[in-house]
Ligand binder design. Structure first.
Ligand code: TYM
Length: 333
């Protein structure tokens, strides 16, 4: 049986190496396996859970789509579209809001982090955001969802919602409980400035992340300035426990060079950071610069990008209209 893959990325500014290694790189390898049917979504409805400038949002939707294509996603092999063009996502989200429980949402750690100290001022959308994510996934009967570690809890909620709907309406096979696909070692790429914080678009310091559109000089400079420690690189993974920055940089190298963590440790054991950092920035430039060049090229032709999204939305609508109609029938509409 074919695996059905679904994943999404928010169009909220520059994508970074964490998004690439934790998610998009994996999207491409899943797409290139003939046993998979893949749907990749630019989740613009999720983006508006925090304030967005309309003009910038429009550009960001195109930029994220360009990043998908430049990284190797192919609209002939995968369905690529933006969420707001397929109304079943909003509609399904409402129905599932009536299935999900407040107590489940109250446990979501990402809401607590994003809402910060003043929860009263957060949008209701930010609070129910994981329900929209469940609708995204369940509408396509997705079996597998490639994500970074930070989305694991949301995936568990999607499974709970699927199971509760099936149970409540006595339709045990209606929604499939999706499996997360989280890569070992590379599921949480950390900030270059602090190995205890994840690499993130919202970090005020640009030196904390490598953006997919950074120039060669910016990449070299950021790796040079990346936080490290004073010891040489270890000969065993166990000796990295208290060295999160070293572990992170070795993880980035392993993922981009498509090799195991162990092989990277063997390659650099006993070497000092300056030598390793030279190799690492060379590798990042080699892998990221072609993507960055391609993004810039694609962004010169908005009509091409808009066409990809339109075509993707038509295909996505066909799948989701059927599913949402079945949902409505089950509910009694
Ligand atoms: P978003 O846009 O924050 O991130 C997109 C993907 O990148 C991963 N990621 C990381 N992986 C490793 N290290 C990091 N530092 C890092 N930062 C981000 C995220 O885990 C994610 O896989 N809610 C989702 C988008 C979404 C979605 C979905 C995902 C909406 N609907 C349905 C899967 C299925 C989000 O905000 O991702």
């Amino acid at each position: 049986m074919k695996k059905k893959i679904f994943s999404g990325v928010q169009p909220t500014g520059n994508l970074h190496l964490g998004n690439y290694i934790g998610a998009i790189k994996n999207f491409v390898s899943l797409q290139n396996d003939k046993n998979n049917e893949c749907v990749y979504c630019v989740v613009d409805l999720h983006a508006i859970t925090v304030k967005q400038d309309p003009k910038i949002l429009k550009n960001n939707i195109r930029e994220t789509t360009a990043a998908f294509l430049a990284s190797g996603l192919d609209s002939k092999k995968s369905i690529i579209f933006n969420q707001s063009m397929v109304s079943a996502h909003s509609e399904g989200s409402w129905i599932l809001s009536c299935v999900a429980r407040m107590g489940w949402l109250n446990r979501m750690t990402q809401f607590k982090e994003k809402a910060g100290k003043d929860k009263e001022k957060a949008s209701v959308g930010l609070y129910i955001y994981p329900i929209l994510m469940a609708a995204d996934i369940l509408l396509y009967d997705s079996t597998h969802v490639p994500v970074g570690e930070d989305q694991k809890q949301h995936l568990e909620l999607s499974r709970d919602i699927a199971q509760k709907f099936n149970l409540e309406f006595n339709e045990p096979d209606f929604f499939i409980a999706p499996e997360p696909l989280i890569q070992k070692n590379f599921a949480r790429i950390m900030s270059l400035k602090d190995g205890s914080k994840k690499m993130s678009k919202s970090d005020p310091s640009d030196l904390s992340r490598i953006n997919l559109n950074d120039s060669k000089d910016e990449i070299i400079n950021k790796i040079k300035k990346a936080k490290t420690d004073t010891q040489p690189l270890p000969d065993d993974e166990k000796n990295l426990r208290e060295r999160p920055e070293a572990e992170n940089l070795l993880g980035i190298y392993s993922s981009l060079n498509n090799q195991s963590f162990k092989d990277t440790i063997n390659e650099f054991s006993g070497k000092n950071f300056s030598e390793f950092k030279n190799n690492l920035s060379e590798l990042i430039v080699e892998k990221i610069s072609p993507i960055s060049n391609e993004i810039n090229k694609l962004l010169k032709d908005n009509s091409f990008i808009d066409g990809v999204l339109r075509e993707g939305a038509e295909k996505a609508s066909k799948i989701t209209t059927r599913k949402i109609n079945e949902m409505k029938k089950i509910i009694g509409f």
